[in-house]
Design a protein around this ligand. Sequence first.
Ligand code: UD1
Length: 356
Amino acid sequence: MVDIHVIGARPNFMKAAPVVSALTEIGVKPMLVHTGQHYDAALSEVFFEQLGLPEPDRNLGVGSGSHAKQTAALMVALEDLFGEVSPGRVVVYGDINSTLAASVVASKMHVQIAHVEAGLRSFDRAMPEEINRVVTDALSDLHFTTSPEAEEHLVAEGVSADGIHFVGNPMIDTLVRFRDTFDIGAARRHFDLPDRYSVATLHRPSNVDDPTSAGRVVDGLRRVAKELPIVLPLHPRGRELLNGQGLNDVDGLLVTDPIGYLEFMALVAGASLVLTDSGGIQEETTVLGIPCLTLRDNTERPITVTMGTNRLVGNDADMIESAAVEFLSSPPLGRVPPLWDGRAGERIARILAEAG
Ligand code: UD1
């Protein structure tokens, strides 16, 4: 029986690519299903092309909606698919709504579930992703973790230690694989940037769904942009609201459409500072040794703070400004967390094959 790997949104693609590739290397052909949660070419197609992910065997075309509508549509489409294919196992990635939907459906159809990036916890249930993580982990049979504290979280929630495997970070596999191809000079020239510049990203509901928070973040970026230029490839979510708060009129801040993985990582690799509310970028900057200010009050990836180059600054403009000044004058010295070595995909593939 075939394993179905379910992916749906941008951060899933960088995590699934090394697993699918390692499985293929050892002669296992997984079925790759794209739910269509992300459908814009700039959030989806470009990643398949650049990361060498095979064309999905199915695209369910589910698209956007409120949490309930999107999750319900995902569940209906996945139930039909699992009914038709009778998978041996369902492999899910990260913490997006597609991850949650696939886990709930597989579980009720008595299909085994493997969760890649299990056990991360922000302990903030106001984040939709936290709910997705907790439910997915409660239902999963195999848990692949990226950092040591994840196992403690899982065991505290009653997960059996037998199915937990500390394998490292597959998103970092993708970084390690492509690192030598990041063209920092081309990225600088493309955006007409000087030697020292910063990169920002924003898409969390806590920053972009409410005018007060969005206004605070825009104020913070305005102050940083006085120190050095910022380039911000902006996720479609919240664009209107951020522009309503003056994002488009900040001197020294260049807002662009979302860009591909290789172009984005080249920008990050050449930056003096990154400001972000993304989860994955906290990890990528840690490995690249780039100072990162996370515009959130908490993180499910604390190892990026304790070992890496990350600091939590929330969305208060004073905090953002003072931390930026500090990080620019004395950049943090980070280390690469254990097993973030580019081999996580191989470890996951081996365990899946052995457990299969
Ligand atoms: C989703 C994930 C989030 C992840 C992020 C990465 C959930 C709950 N959230 O958030 O964890 O960090 O992806 O990008 O699953 N939209 C487009 N084009 C697209 C997709 C979305 O314009 O291809 C717009 C739509 O207005 C949509 C909104 O973005 O309503 C939100 O999309 P959605 O997939 O629901 O959540 P993200 O904010 O992208």
